[in-house]
Ligand binder design. Structure first.
Ligand code: SF4
Length: 338
């Protein structure tokens, strides 16, 4: 069946950046609309979870560690960078294992790693936790804000408001998860899924395959990234993840609470849970006035629809996470224009 406009969602923030950088939107036919999804981990972290990290960073003898993109994300009142300026010990790390080493070298401090990310990142953190347990490093903990992609995809696939016709699926996440979990999304919701790499040619091939499927009335899962993705994925990484964490309900910016879309510590590892270790009371969060990141993350609005875009909100003075993150839609549009 032919459609007037085919709406395809690129789920992954790396795809969002690649699409903007290569100008793909400008060259595809007008009947295809590409919308950005919730695949930027920094952007989908809820305001409350950011506020909690900031409050823990202010606790006595805490060293808060995280990936660079999280530093400037605005919480309700300040950011991790803001509290660092006021004297809190906040450090950027490139790997969760760096935080474990930091804890070993500073036994009088409590080193917390604020973890955000999807199935690509969380197995690395699980393995760092296993390592900390093995080496009996008791002054290390993790603030788990990890998310699982598939419950979010289900929420989007079932949403009439968003009305996506097919998914350009994340290459990196699929290396770990494999293609099998998409089959349920494709079948149950009638949405074709194509897993692609990150080059311009990869993405265009992915779009072509999706459009072909939609025009034929197919709802299949295709792997357009066979050099890295298999049906089963990385079983070792999945079992490391499963050893430390189990699914739990999680709050997403834009999508709200999604059942079993986050990760909580299993009992054997709960000692490393920063939420237990630092039970701070987080006040009701405040979303910046005028920021429509929530709509942008659902693909309902485009960054340019935000009246703050490029005026009050720029990469050097970001109001919302979508302008801070190197994978954010607003940052992509600001940088490359479209
Ligand atoms: S332009 Fe800034 S304030 Fe507006 S949606 Fe994007 S990040 Fe949020």
């Amino acid at each position: 069946m032919k459609r007037n406009v085919i709406k395809l969602m690129e789920v992954c923030g790396t795809h969002t950046m690649a699409i903007a950088r290569s100008g793909i939107r400008k060259v595809i036919p007008g009947g295809i609309e590409l919308i950005s999804g919730p695949g930027c981990p920094v952007c989908v972290t809820s305001q409350k979870d950011i506020d909690r990290a900031i409050m823990i960073a202010r606790e006595k003898d805490v060293v808060m560690t995280t990936f660079g993109d999280m530093m400037r994300v605005p919480g309700s009142r300040t950011s991790l960078e803001g509290v660092k300026g006021l004297g809190a010990d906040v450090k950027v790390v490139y790997s969760p294992l760096d935080a474990v080493s930091m804890a070993k070298d500073a036994p009088d401090k409590n080193v917390v790693f604020m973890g955000v990310g999807f199935e690509t990142t969380s197995p690395l953190v699980a393995s760092a936790v296993i390592e900390a347990k093995k080496r009996d490093i008791r002054n290390f903990s993790v603030l788990s804000n990890f998310k699982l992609v598939f419950p979010a995809l289900e929420a989007i696939a079932g949403s009439e408001k968003i009305a996506v016709d097919g998914f350009i699926c994340p290459g990196h996440v699929s290396v770990i998860t494999g293609s099998a979990p998409y089959e349920d999304i494709a079948r149950r919701f009638g949405k074709p899924c194509v897993i692609t790499g990150f080059g311009q040619a990869d993405i265009i091939k992915g779009i072509t395959r999706l459009v072909d499927q939609i025009n034929r009335g197919d709802n299949r899962v295709e792997i357009e990234y066979k050099r890295a993705v298999t049906n089963k994925g990385n079983t070792r990484a999945k079992s490391v993840l499963d050893e430390v964490f189990s699914p739990s309900d999680a709050e997403w910016r834009g999508l709200g609470k999604i059942t079993k879309s986050g990760l909580k510590f299993r009992d054997d590892y709960s000692f490393f849970d920063a939420k237990n270790r630092f039970p701070v009371k987080v006040p009701e969060p405040r979303v910046p006035k005028g920021c429509i990141c929530a709509e942008v993350l659902q693909g309902i609005s485009r960054p340019g629809d935000c009246r703050l875009f490029g005026k009050a909100c720029t990469p050097s003075s970001p109001v919302g996470p979508c302008m801070v993150s190197s994978e954010g839609s607003c940052a992509a549009q600001y940088r490359y224009g479209e």
